[in-house]
Design a protein around this ligand. Sequence first.
Ligand SMILES: C[S@@+](CC[C@H](N)C(=O)[O-])C[C@H]1O[C@@H](n2cnc3c(N)ncnc32)[C@H](O)[C@@H]1O
Length: 286
Amino acid sequence: MLLLDVVEHAASRFAEVGIDSALVDAELLAGHVLGLNRGQVQAEIIRGGFLTEQQSELLNHLYARRLAREPLQHITGLAYFRNLELKVGRGVFIPRPETEFVAQLAIDALRANLAEAPAPIAVDLGTGSGAIALAMATEVSQAQIYAVEKSAEAMPYTAANFEAYSHSEAILIQGDLANAFAELDGKVAVVASNPPYIPVAMIPRDPEVRLFDPELALYGGQDGMSVIHLVSATARRLLIDGGTLIIEHADSQSEQVCQLLLADGWRDVRAHQDLTSRDRAVTAKK
Ligand SMILES: C[S@@+](CC[C@H](N)C(=O)[O-])C[C@H]1O[C@@H](n2cnc3c(N)ncnc32)[C@H](O)[C@@H]1O
C-alpha cells in the first residue's frame, strides 16, 4: 500500500468524526508503526514510500482505535511535556501543553531564590504522570522535588516516569495531598499543583477527555473548587514564609481561585495567562 493513500484516507476519516488534529495524528501513528518521526513520515510520503502488508494491518488497527476517539498518547503510550518523554495510558491524566507554562512559573519561582536558598524544596500535589514534578526536577537540578499522587491506577505510570528520571532524585509517594509530607511542614519553597477542577455536572465534550481521562483527575466537586481548597490548605502548611504557590485552573475560574486564596490569607495573589492569553493559573505568596 502507498503510504500517502493510507495516511490521507485515515486523515479524512479522522476529520469526518471531528478530530481536530486529523492529519497530524494520522502521520504520527504511521511514524509510530514505521519507527519514524513526523518529518520523516512526510519525507517518506514525498518519496512515494510503501507499507508492507503487516505494517498496513498494524497501522489500520491503530487508526481504528483513534477513530474510536482513544487519545493518540494512549495508543503510542507516550506524552511529551517540556523536555520530558512520559509514559501514559489508561488510568493516568495525559499532561497538556497549557500545563507547560504552569511548570515554567514553578521553575521560575525555584530559580528566583537560588542565591539565598541553594537547595530549595518543591512539592507537586496531584502529580499524575509526574509532569510538573519531573520538569522542576530536571530543569532545576539544585532543587529537591517531592510529589504525591492518590490514584492507584495512575501509579504504575507515575512510578515508571520517576524511575526513568531517577537521576533527578525526585521523590514520589502515593497518598492524599491533604495530609501528605507532614515532615516538610514549613520547609518548602514552592508548591505547584494542577488539581482536578471541573464541576461534576460539566461533563467534557471531547470523547478523548470524557471517556479516557480518569475521573479523579478531572472533577473537583460541585463547583470544581473542592481540591483547590485542599491544595491551598496543604500549601499553607508546607510553605516557608514567603514561599510560592502555583495553581492551574480552568479559564473561567481565575476570579474564584483568587478570592479563595485571599480568604485563606495568601498575599501577592496574581492571575497568569497561558500562551493563548487565557487566565489559566494563579500564583500567591505565603
Ligand atoms: C488534572 S490531573 C494533573 C496531573 C499532572 N499534575 C499534570 O499536570 O499533568 C490531577 C491529578 O491529581 C490527582 N488527585 C486528585 N485528587 C487528589 C488527592 N486528593 N490527592 C492526591 N492526588 C490527587 C489525580 O489523580 C490526577 O493525577
